[in-house]
Design a protein. Structure first.
Lengths: 397, 86
């Protein structure tokens, strides 16, 4: 019987708490359905199920924190054939991860939620709902796409005649969540530097053609369809992995395993501090417009703290673009178990020599952090050169 | 639309992009991107919010004119005047 387990939603995750069940016993599920929302230290993740069949028993109630790998629910039905390693990563051995502080549980365990239509609730709103004992099913959401915000919850609480709060333990505050995120990043980055022999390569890339092409493209489009420069960078990196596939995948069980697709992790910084790098699936196969729509949606949900499990577990290579913040060069730290991270700095106007002539061009410094177990400098160099070449032909992106 | 209304709209748009920011202490002459740590996605969202509120398409080449709050207000005023004149 295929079971629904607490998934590993990142190399640094040890435990998770189910905050919402979206199915009940008897519901039919198919692969890809979101069946629960799990709170990790970094975000509330909508978890997709891989099995297909009927929910049999829910074993872990809302509010209980359990280790990765715990059976959350049993499913009656046929199991999908095993997919490539890209989809499912083994949880890291506890000895490798620094101890993280205990976070108080999200609240008293409540009886199973009836399967409401999937509604977005910001983590802050959820915590306040817990604190004020507001049933989220009764709250009208006024946020984007009907999302429930903190204000909505407070309004619902105020509208009640006699509120009945009683909590056994206070939910984590914003400060605690911040600290927990910092711990998670610290553990992951420390592991990366401890385990991965990084090598670094850099390439200054003339992006005048790409910038000019983009400017003309954007003039043809309404503001609602405007493309950001970073989309060109993401697409170029994704396509370059076709030339050098050993940049796209994982180091697992002592060897390189190719990613089953090219799912670019995009490093997104959170406004209150912190960093998450969720995946855009099949980056190499999407048009620039599709990537732009994906990126906008991803940034919005990342900052709201609501992501999907496949976005957390599937990145096959990550890009960090710090050009907006003004720094010239990024020396990145690879996210294990990936084997490469591409960094882009700011567009700077620089003197540039070409065909015996000197001019001023917009130039960005692209860097590659590579896992020396999986690749050597020669192949890493070819990868950066491929990115450069692709950016000279922006219409092919 | 009065200058006060325009200012309110601009501040509301900024508040959507940077919800944790204290807009009451905004420096009207300081670069907005620096003040509120806005990246290119944030700035585009800001332009989109203005587009939605004012029906105004801000082309990329005009972004530098909107670098500060004062710049934004002047730019939007000029655009509104140009629209009225045409």
């Amino acid at each position: 019987m295929p079971d629904f387990l607490m998934p590993s939603l990142g190399a640094d995750m040890e435990t998770g708490t189910v905050v919402q069940w979206l199915v009940k016993p008897g519901d039919r599920v198919k692969r890809g359905d979101v069946v629960a929302v799990v709170d990790t230290k970094k975000a509330a993740i909508e978890v997709e199920i891989f099995a297909e069949g009927e929910i049999d028993r829910i074993l872990v109630p809302v509010g209980q924190k359990v280790p990765v790998g715990t059976v959350l629910a049993t499913v009656r039905g046929k199991e999908e054939p095993a997919v490539a390693a890209a989809g499912r990563l083994p949880p890291p051995a506890p000895a490798e991860i620094a101890a993280v502080p205990e976070i108080p549980p999200a609240g008293p365990a409540r009886p199973l939620q009836p399967p409401a239509e999937r509604r977005r609730v910001s983590p802050l709103a959820r915590r306040i709902a817990d604190k004020l004992a507001v049933d989220l099913a009764t709250v009208t959401g006024t946020g984007p796409q009907g999302a429930i915000t903190q204000a909505d919850v407070e309004r619902a609480a105020a509208a009640r005649a006699a509120p009945t709060p009683t909590l056994e333990a206070p939910p984590p505050t914003a400060v605690e969540r911040q600290a927990a995120m910092r711990e998670a990043i610290a553990a992951l980055m420390a592991r990366s530097k401890r385990e991965i022999p990084h090598y670094y390569l850099g390439q200054h890339i003339d992006v005048s053609k790409a910038a000019r092409w983009l400017e003309e493209e954007n003039l043809k489009r309404p503001i609602t369809e405007r493309l950001l420069f970073s989309i060109l960078l993401l697409k170029a990196v994704a396509l370059a992995t076709h030339d050098v596939p050993e940049m796209n995948g994982f180091w697992l069980d002592g060897r390189f395993q190719r990613g089953s697709g090219v799912h670019l992790g995009v490093a997104i910084s959170l406004r209150q501090g912190g960093l998450i790098a969720p995946a855009i699936h099949d980056t190499d196969r999407k048009t620039l417009d599709e990537l732009m729509a994906n990126l906008r949606d991803l940034v919005k949900r990342t900052r709201a703290g609501v992501l999907r499990s496949s976005e957390m577990s599937d990145p096959t290579i990550t890009v960090t673009n710090l050009g907006d913040q003004g720094v010239e060069t990024v020396y990145g730290v690879i996210y294990p178990p990936q084997v490469a991270l591409v960094g882009f700095g700011r567009q700077l106007h620089r003197p540039w020599a070409e065909d015996g002539m000197l001019g001023s061009r917009p130039v960005i410094h692209a860097t590659l952090a590579g896992d020396h177990r999986a690749s050597d400098g020669h192949r890493g160099g070819l990868f950066l050169v491929a990115i450069e070449r692709l950016l000279q032909e922006p219409s092919t992106l | 639309m009065t200058a006060e209304e325009t200012r309110r709209i601009v501040l509301r748009a900024l508040g959507q992009i940077a919800p944790e920011a204290d807009l009451s202490t905004i420096d009207p002459r300081q670069d907005l991107r620096e003040q509120f740590d806005l990246d290119s996605m944030d700035f585009l969202n800001f332009a989109l919010a203005l587009n939605e509120a004012l029906g105004l398409d801000v082309p990329e080449r005009d972004y530098p004119k909107m670098a500060t709050l004062d710049g934004c207000l002047k730019y939007l005023e000029d655009r509104a005047a140009a629209k009225a004149a045409s």
